[in-house]
Design a protein around this ligand. Structure first.
Ligand code: MEV
Length: 311
């Protein structure tokens, strides 16, 4: 009896979220501290899913899971595996709705496990094509950055319709991700920015362009090891995201606290309106202290982590 496995890590957007949907660049980083593991087993009967979010036959899954259900069906179809006799166990440590790429990571781990089940290697383009089926359902009009980051080992520079580029870090950067505890909905946030852009095209386009500019500077700051400057850029980007209406009181509270406690910069990460913040610490010791303070201040999870300069 065959079992197969597929894993995927999580992702963070450092800068450029939302603007990336409208053609500006964004910088995203793989976040290996949390992820998804999918195991497939042969179990007679219809295809079933076992996960913290749903347990039961695939065809009876709730509407909210149609993204992943469609992705599974398309992948089975693509691989020529009959749609029966499978149990798909999805084990995720990524909290959903927190801007950490949970939906894309689940999709990628599931696709990898199905390819493993079929004894097939999965090319990058097959993976992205199939994962974007799930993302389109989950996010409406995704830029594709989540799936690309989840399949990458290094920070990426991404502009829609362009090949991705990698960023060479000039030094290690110490970040903290902190969860506001509230769930956000990327699809709703993306739609609200699109509506705003329609209602006040000039004013909102300027903000989107400004985020693009800040993102260009951030790439420079990362490559030239300019921590202070990177921090300022993150703060500036947060200002624009607030003006786009995608931050909220819970996020702002953590962001301002992190800055007061010495973060070089802090902003929301991902879709916003709930979810997580990312803060840039001064160094490793500061990162651990700040993480602890954020936890005491009410962040429901905190992850200090280092983005290492590549060898
Ligand atoms: C979500 O992680 C990032 C957004 O820019 C949406 C997208 O790019 O698809 C908010």
């Amino acid at each position: 009896e065959k079992t197969a496995i597929g894993i995927a890590h999580s992702k963070l957007i450092l800068i450029g979220e939302h603007a990336v949907v409208h053609g500006q660049p964004a910088i995203a980083i793989p976040f290996p501290l949390i992820g998804v593991e999918t195991v497939i087993e042969y179990v007679p009967g219809s295809v079933k899913m076992d996960s913290t979010f749903y347990h039961g036959p695939l065809h009876l899954a709730p509407e909210s899971l149609h993204g992943i259900v469609n992705c599974i069906n398309e992948t089975l179809d693509y691989l020529g595996i009959p749609c029966e006799d499978l149990l798909i166990r999805i084990n995720s440590s990524i909290p959903p709705g927190k801007g950490l790429g949970s939906s894309a990571s689940v999709a990628i781990s599931v696709i990898r496990s199905l390819f493993d089940f079929a004894d097939r290697d999965c090319t990058e383009s097959e993976l992205l094509m199939l994962a974007n089926v799930a993302e389109t359902y989950a996010h409406g009009a995704p830029s594709g950055i989540d799936t690309l980051t989840i399949t990458s080992k290094t920070p990426i520079w991404y502009e829609k319709e362009n090949p991705i580029d990698y960023i060479e870090l000039g030094e290690d950067f110490h970040f903290i991700v902190a969860d506001s505890g509230r769930v956000g909905d990327t699809r709703t946030s993306v739609e609200s920015v699109a509506r705003l852009l329609k209602s006040a095209p000039k004013r909102i386009q300027r903000k989107i362009d400004r985020i693009g500019e800040l993102t260009h500077h951030a790439k420079d700051a990362m490559e030239k090891a300019s921590r202070q400057f990177l921090g300022q850029l993150l703060n500036e980007a947060q200002k624009e995201l607030e003006a786009l209406g995608v931050s909220d009181a819970g996020l702002n509270r953590l962001i301002y606290f992190a800055r007061k406690e010495g973060a070089l910069g802090a902003k929301l990460t991902g879709g916003g309106n709930g979810g997580c913040i990312i803060a840039l610490a001064q160094n490793e010791v500061h990162s651990k202290q700040l993480a602890e303070k954020l936890r005491k201040y009410g962040a429901t999870s905190v992850w200090p982590f280092v983005l290492k300069k590549q060898d």
